[in-house]
Write a protein that binds this ligand. Structure first.
Ligand code: AMP
Ligand code: ZN
Length: 497
């Protein structure tokens, strides 16, 4: 796309929808906080990463050259998300008697497999925290030099009050004021080392039993959770970049601390647009590893979770996620999944039909229908331009699906829309379905070829009035989730809607 559309994004930092104008007109830098790889990713994590996959896909589709950085947190994220407890990875390694890097590799592989199943595109760079210890130590050191961090007993803390005296923006992203933060700060171990209960760890001293440790100017230790993202985002995207993403739950403390560290280090506003994806919930409660309500992708695909009666494919899950706008919460239920399985198949059938359809000779144009189809396309893209509203894009695909099906079974004449409109519908539908929403036909090519061959046997059996055979073939198709469509115009197979 040469001329880029006007895109509006909801910036959490300003709490407003703003026109998207990247720092460099043709390039976009996007950083998304990746998973902490101490456990299998659950459907909630998948939702957030799929939301940013859409943003990546759409900006790329619009012609931007996007550098998408999504990190792997493999050290520093402590059990209680503040500065206390064991490191999540070290704890798992001890529990399972594995090397920490074995834990990291296992769950990074698992994460990649799931991202592939969901057809999420790999980021341009996937840096890990342990691969950037040197840079993290350098940033901590520079913060000490600037007088915004201090060392106590081998640990280094960020001085929030001092920072705020200079910049005055601590709490801006999460909408928290320092007084409230004080009221809510628990008395934790290590607080006695901090000058102030709001200060957070940049570097932690490693106790003798701690297995993940690096030498530093302050003795053996390991980095705090937030510093990795300031380091890796600035290293690969610059000191100021366009988009920073993550789940809503990361706004505080993680992203708030990241802003403070980066602003203090570079004396610049680090990020132009902060985008936050909302939570996936189960019966209204946020899905979380520690909450005991996590559903794993494999449990959903295989239908082995107690909430489900059967399995659903990765594309049904993706489709379900995309029906809800990324900034709204989304509750998962078997009813919603069932409806999505049908909805996805409907749009997939239309996609397949569109590839088979062609016009012969355009006759008198049905102006109303022609206009409606053009409007459907425009509205779908308007939806995408309005803060990546995939739900609107999908609803327009459903609208397009109706006349296309009518053309296919000749309830309506395909030659009553202009050739230009027909081409536009074909191109836009395919771009929206595959490139932008990232939906694919999951059936294996051999399976599809077999179905097509079997359809020939069905046709022959029908001609020869061998109705037992006809019924038997129909039921085989049904058992595989397929239907045979007997139309005035011919016989075809499709996915069960
Ligand atoms: P974690 O591995 O816990 O660091 O989380 C990885 C990403 O998943 C972060 O961006 C979180 O905000 C996001 N996340 C965690 N739980 C949920 C949830 N229930 N719904 C949506 N995103 C989530
Ligand atoms: Zn992060």
């Amino acid at each position: 796309m040469n001329t880029k559309p006007e895109i509006f994004v909801y910036n959490t930092l300003t709490d407003k929808k703003e026109k998207f104008e990247p720092i460099h007109p043709t390039h976009v830098g996007m950083y998304v906080c990746g998973p902490t790889v101490y456990n299998d990713v659950h459907l909630g994590n998948c939702r957030t990463f799929t939301s940013f996959d859409i943003i990546y896909r759409y900006l790329t589709f619009c012609g931007y050259k996007v550098r998408y950085v999504r990190n792997i947190t493999d050290v520093g994220h402590l059990v209680d998300d503040a500065d206390e407890g064991e490191d999540k990875i070290a704890k798992k390694a001890k529990l399972e008697n594995l090397e920490p890097m074995e834990v990291v590799q296992r769950y990074t592989n698992g994460f990649h497999d799931v991202m592939k199943q969901l057809n999420n595109i790999s980021p341009s760079i996937e840096p890990s925290a342990t691969g950037h210890i040197v840079e993290q130590i350098a940033m901590v050191q520079s913060l000490i030099t600037k007088g915004l961090a201090y060392e106590v007993n081998g640990s280094v803390y960020f001085d929030v009050l001092k920072y705020n005296e200079i910049k005055g923006d601590y709490g801006k992203l999460s909408g928290r004021v320092l007084e409230d933060l004080y009221a809510n700060t628990r008395d934790l171990d290590g607080q006695n080392e901090k000058r102030n209960s709001l200060d957070f760890a940049l570097w932690k001293k490693a106790l003798p039993e701690h297995i993940m440790r690096w030498t530093s100017p302050w003795g053996d230790g390991f980095p705090g959770w937030h510093i990795e993202c300031s380091v890796m985002s600035s290293k690969y995207l610059g000191e100021t970049f366009d988009i920073h993403g993550g789940g809503m739950d990361l706004k505080f403390p993680h992203h708030e601390c990241e802003i403070a560290q980066s602003t203090a280090s570079f004396d610049k506003i680090p990020v132009k647009y902060w985008l936050h994806a909302n939570m996936l919930t189960v019966n209204g409660a946020r899905m979380g590893k520690s909450k005991g309500n996590a559903i794993l992708p494999a449990q959903l695909f295989e239908g082995t979770h107690e909430l489900l009666d059967k399995g659903y494919s990765p594309m049904v899950l993706r489709f379900m996620m995309l029906q809800t706008h990324y900034r709204s919460t989304m509750d998962i239920s078997k009813e919603a999944l069932l409806a999505c399985a049908k909805g996805f198949n409907k749009l997939l059938n239309t996609y397949k039909i569109l590839q088979k359809l062609s016009q012969t000779e355009v006759k008198e144009i049905n102006q109303k229908l022609d206009e409606e189809l053009n409007q459907n396309i425009e509205k779908a893209f308007e939806g995408m331009n309005d803060d990546f509203n995939t739900g609107i894009a999908i609803s327009q695909l459903f609208n397009i699906s109706k006349p296309i099906n009518a053309f296919f079974n000749q309830q309506a004449d395909i030659n009553t829309i202009s050739a230009k409109t027909f081409e536009r519908v074909k191109t836009a539908y395919s771009a929206l379905f595959t490139d932008i929403l990232g939906l694919i036909d999951e059936a294996d090519e051999n399976f599809k070829a077999l179905a097509t061959e079997m359809l020939e046997i069905y046709k022959k059996a029908k001609e020869e009035k061998q109705y037992d055979k006809v019924d038997a073939i129909r039921s085989i198709f049904k058992s595989k989730g397929l239907v045979i469509k007997d139309m005035k115009t011919g016989i075809d197979w499709g996915y069960e809607e």
